[in-house]
Design a protein around this ligand. Structure first.
Ligand code: G3H
Ligand code: 13P
Ligand code: ZN
Length: 310
């Protein structure tokens, strides 16, 4: 099957109250691990590449890898999405270059500037049949190269969200309700502002809502990294039960990158530590790919509840 937009999968997610995983990709093993899991669960899936992933792997390499994954798994819908598009130019490159969905991340700008930039991307994307995710509100932590301190963290205002969607015509909206990017999301107990999500959904019942910074920072993988020579103490993410609730309460797209990084690194570290004489990349990338598949499959089945929703 050719790559699809997120339109139909989001409509189904809103009707049937489940979420779709959007997983960040940088190389072949990550793509294969994710898509194998989605195919086994008969689930729709979104593969997303950030600007830095495109810089690292190359636009065409990523595009072709994802296209092959879609051809080989024609029973499930797969979308290719630009994650955190920083400006109009990168969105245009992806729209012209085979992506089916782009995010324009204007959250670092003032409201009016965010509206104007988002609208410009939406007008261009829609003329080419591509859908657009926008963001309103600021996540705590690190957004690509933009650093937002926790004090600056700004939750999404539901009234503003309504206004924003009416004026921009964006297809989906990322909101800030307490998540953040990376492996250190909470100092104390994890907490999400479900009250804000509820108000946003009241105002925008037909707009798919997106949750960034939604890795669980799976404790077993953090421990495994640390056990085999890593140093990432005190890492903490969004518990799976909270993400499940988010999916049931109207979040349609849940973004995961950090958990995939941990899965890959933990397994490579293990092979290196246990077999210092090993130098065949297939011997450490293979287990890393298998672990990504296992992590993604568990999320699809038990957290996002998108099994058999293809
Ligand atoms: O939200 C950001 C994603 O985790 C992508 O990160 O820009 O390092 O590829 P990256
Ligand atoms: P995590 O760092 O929690 O995996 O978030 C990923 C993300 O939001 C990608 O846009
Ligand atoms: Zn993000």
């Amino acid at each position: 099957m050719a790559l699809v937009t997120t339109k139909e999968m989001f409509e189904k997610s809103m009707k049937e109250h489940f979420a779709i995983g959007a997983f960040n990709v940088n190389n072949m093993e990550i793509i294969q691990g994710i898509v194998r899991a989605a195919a086994k669960e008969n689930s729709p899936v979104i593969l997303q590449a950030s600007g830095s992933a495109i810089k690292y792997a190359g636009h065409n390499y990523l595009l072709k890898l994802v296209q092959v994954a879609a051809e080989e798994n024609s029973n499930i819908p797969i979308a290719l999405h630009l994650d955190h598009g920083a400006d109009f130019e990168i969105c245009k490159e992806c729209i012209d270059g085979g992506f089916t969905s782009v995010m324009i991340d204007g959250s670092k700008y003032e409201f009016e500037e965010n509206v104007a930039l988002t609208k410009k991307v939406v007008d261009y994307a829609h003329s080419k049949g591509v859908v657009v995710e926008a963001e309103l509100g600021k996540l705590a932590g690190i957004e690509d190269e933009v650093h937002v301190s926790e004090d600056d963290a700004m939750f999404t205002d539901p009234n503003q969200a309504y206004d924003f969607v009416q004026r921009t015509g964006c297809d989906s909206l990322a909101i800030a309700i307490g998540t953040s990017h990376g492996a250190y999301k909470f100092k104390g107990e994890p907490k999400l502002r479900f009250d804000i999500l509820e108000k946003v959904k009241e105002k925008l019942p037909n707009t798919p809502i997106v949750l960034h910074g939604a890795s669980t920072v799976i404790p077993e993988l953090v421990n495994m990294c640390n056990e085999f020579g890593g140093n990432i103490p005190g890492a903490k993410g969004v518990p799976h039960e909270m993400l499940k609730e988010a999916g049931q309460r109207g979040v349609s797209k849940i973004n995961v990158d950090t958990d995939l990084r941990l899965a890959m690194t933990a397994n490579i570290r293990k092979v290196f530590k246990e077999n210092p004489s090993e130098f065949d990349p297939r011997k450490y990338l293979g287990p890393a790919r298998d672990c990504i598949e296992e992590v993604v499959r568990n999320k699809i089945k038990n957290v996002f509840c998108s099994s058999n929703k293809a």
